[in-house]
Design a protein around this ligand. Structure first.
Ligand SMILES: [Zn+2]
Ligand SMILES: [Zn+2]
Length: 260
């Protein structure tokens, strides 16, 4: 059980994260505000991904599939105690990323090191824990995406594919689109208040049958945030509805209801 929790895909300033983990006063300088630090037994990594950050340096960090390839500080090495603590199997490592143009960092998730090289600076391949909450309803399926009644009878299970469950892909998709349903516009944080904040499904546009072995998900082109209801409606037909087809159905139903 992690000490701290953050919302995958939500954006935070570094200062906000320091405040959330309980630093008081929030430091304005030092290791806290560049790169990574340890606090109350947990590790926090802030990294720039996919291009130059605001300081103009190039940070060689990138998402590859479900993983993040990350490079440590200039003189870091695998043997250093701080890196050893970071890559220990029981470490609690929270990773935040941003792309050029963003002021804030988006949270990805809890990560563990799956590969560490022996170079200087050290390179680590991070893998993320699978997405939680909505995915407790979801089944992992390789070949089909369909609906079926669950054993509880009343609950409908949306069977999602591995791309919809990838924490790294979800984080990039939600950091880009936010957590408002792109079909009907519901925002769980508005409708249900704080209890619903950040809750959303992620739908993968492409039918799995059309995907080649070499396919790598593009979290912005291939994934879209949708609410649980819209996700179920999308998969109620096989082949699945597109987002624009579902938007049109919602629009038509609304105008029918108004008797237009
Ligand atoms: Zn919706
Ligand atoms: Zn889906």
């Amino acid at each position: 059980m992690a000490t701290f929790s953050f919302q995958t895909g939500a954006r935070y300033t570094r200062v906000a994260v320091l405040g959330l983990v309980g630093m008081d006063p929030v430091p304005k300088w030092g290791p806290w505000v560049n790169g990574y630090f340890q606090y109350r037994g947990a590790h926090f990594i802030f990294c720039n991904v996919g291009g130059p950050g605001r300081t103009g340096h190039n940070y060689p960090n990138e998402f590859v599939g479900d993983d993040l390839f990350w490079t440590g500080k200039t003189k870091s090495r695998r043997a250093h105690p701080s890196i050893q603590r970071l890559i220990a199997p029981d470490s609690e490592v929270h990773i935040f990323f941003r792309i050029p143009g963003w002021e804030e960092f988006a949270y990805v998730g809890l990560a563990r090191a799956v590969f560490v090289n022996d170079e200087c600076p050290v390179g680590i391949r991070w893998r993320f824990a699978p997405a939680d909450d909505e995915d407790t309803l979801a089944q992992d399926v390789e070949s089909t995406t369909s609906l079926r009644p669950s054993s509880e009878g009343s609950m409908t299970t949306v069977r999602v594919n591995r791309y919809e469950r990838s924490t790294a892909a979800r984080a990039q998709c939600l950091a880009h689109f936010g957590t408002v349903c792109q079909a009907c516009g519901i925002d769980f944080g508005v409708f249900y208040g704080a209890h619903g904040a950040g809750y959303i499904h992620v739908h993968h546009h492409l039918p799995l049958s059309s995907i080649k072995q070499s396919y790598v998900v593009d979290p912005i082109r291939d994934l879209v945030p949708v609410c649980a209801n819209c996700h179920a409606m999308i998969h109620r037909r096989d082949p699945a509805l597109t987002i624009s087809e579902l938007r049109a159905l919602i629009r038509d139903a609304r105008s029918d209801a108004r008797g237009m």
